[in-house]
Design a protein around this ligand. Sequence first.
Ligand SMILES: [Zn+2]
Length: 116
Amino acid sequence: MHELSLVTELVAECTRRAGGRRVAAVQVRCPDGVDADELAEAFDHLTAGGALAGAALEIETVRQVLTCECGFAGEVDPEQCAGHMVICPACSRVHEAPDALELIAVRCVDEAGTVL
Ligand SMILES: [Zn+2]
């Protein structure tokens, strides 16, 4: 499962950034076509019992951006995205979407329960 490998990397990065503090929430940005439910499920699964247990995953989806050999460059409608494939709206060429689960922020909580 593709999402699982993306989230595995994400969790490793968050754990490193948190540096032992409790994590309240993790904010990520991902392109259309990535299954947000699957991401959330993988996140829950991978964080259970670990440093990130109970952290909320906040997913912001953005338009997939494509540059094609036919000259098309720009945003692609969600309908043109499937899994990690993106179809060029101009020439229908199928492209592999870049792995783009971008970590925006890791919100940690200190001993007093204050969100940092
Ligand atoms: Zn094209």
